[in-house]
Design a protein around this ligand. Structure first.
Ligand code: ADP
Ligand code: MG
Length: 292
């Protein structure tokens, strides 16, 4: 490869908001066939808000204040949304002790001398919570509408559900379409549940969806595609994407993400510049052609 054209290409990429950490990444990007997108924070704004609640025991306010207390130490966007809503409603958030976090699941704490927990369906099932008819119907309706659902329990008894919605980025659908025109297939991989993942994929024009993915399952997906001979890029924003970003042929870390995601990627993309991905593929292909 002629260094000069790579240097020029790097300059053009930087103008688009993309920083390549190594020249090799540019060459590999030119040949990418498949790109795996994380959902939350990558294709969505990553700023969810509480859109609805169902309290089957006690009031919605008490459900929210307990959830906000349990989420007081979590850096997850869902946790921030729950705290924001509690503050917005002027609730006094109680003290939480013995906080424990299950990645890709939820949080537990002792609040007012009782065990309280909030998390997704897998987390709830793993703890043997029984969901009544009303809870199930509410959760299903919200998930079908594309929202993320979290269940809450006191002493292992389900006391309510929180539904959170996150907007799809305005340029996300267009990005997926441009990638398709470049012959690159977009896949969705998310820690979120099946129904909201499918709803988001449909809105984005993505047909292959992998839901309820733990960080290690995202990594396994990258490796499986590579084994099948695909050249794979991964775009993600969180520490939970870091192993997959590192293993992909090209890892594209979205710029506002955690340090782990940023350092694991081969390329860094400014958060609002999703469309820079197809632009970068075009630039990299032109560059490689000129080098030859
Ligand atoms: P994503 O791939 O969507 O960025 P994460 O691995 O960060 O997903 O989270 C996956 C799922 O785990 C979330 O959709 C949520 O259901 C659950 N979860 C993660 N962190 C928390 C938390 N602090 N509180 C409640 N649920 C959580
Ligand atoms: Mg994410």
């Amino acid at each position: 490869a002629a260094p000069i054209s790579l240097v020029i290409a790097s300059g053009r990429l930087a103008k688009q908001g993309i920083i390549a950490k190594e020249a090799g990444a540019l060459e590999r990007l030119a040949r990418i066939q498949t790109i795996i997108f994380d959902k939350t924070g990558t294709l969505t704004e990553g700023k969810p808000r509480v859109s609805a609640m169902l309290a089957v025991k006690g009031s919605q306010a008490s459900l929210l204040r307990l959830a906000a207390a349990a989420e007081s130490e979590s850096a997850h966007p869902l946790a921030a949304a729950i705290r924001r809503e509690a503050v917005k409603l002027g609730l006094v958030i109680p003290e939480a002790e013995q906080l424990a976090y299950t990645p890709g699941g939820g949080v537990e704490a002792v609040i007012e001398k009782k065990a309280f927990a909030v998390g997704n369906a897998r987390f709830a099932a793993g703890r043997g919570w029984q969901m009544g008819q009303e809870v199930q119907a509410f959760a299903q309706a919200r998930e079908t509408a594309g929202e993320t659902v979290l269940y809450a329990a006191i002493e292992r008894e389900c006391v309510g559900v929180l539904a959170l919605s996150d907007m799809i980025k305005s340029n996300a659908r267009e990005t997926v379409k441009e990638l398709k025109e470049l012959g690159v297939t977009a896949l969705l991989a998310t820690g979120d549940h099946e129904a909201p993942a499918r709803a988001a994929a449909k809105a984005l024009g993505i047909s292959e969806v992998h839901a309820s993915m733990l960080p290690e399952s995202k990594l396994a997906l990258v490796e499986e595609l590579k084994r099948r001979g695909k050249r794979v890029a991964m775009a993600g924003d969180g520490w939970n994407d870091a192993p997959a970003l590192a293993s992909a042929d090209v890892g594209i870390a979205m710029g506002d993400g955690t340090d782990a995601a940023l350092s694991a990627g081969h390329m860094t993309l400014l958060l609002e510049r999703l469309k820079a991905i197809p632009e970068a593929i075009r630039i990299s292909r032109l560059t490689i052609r000129n080098v030859r």
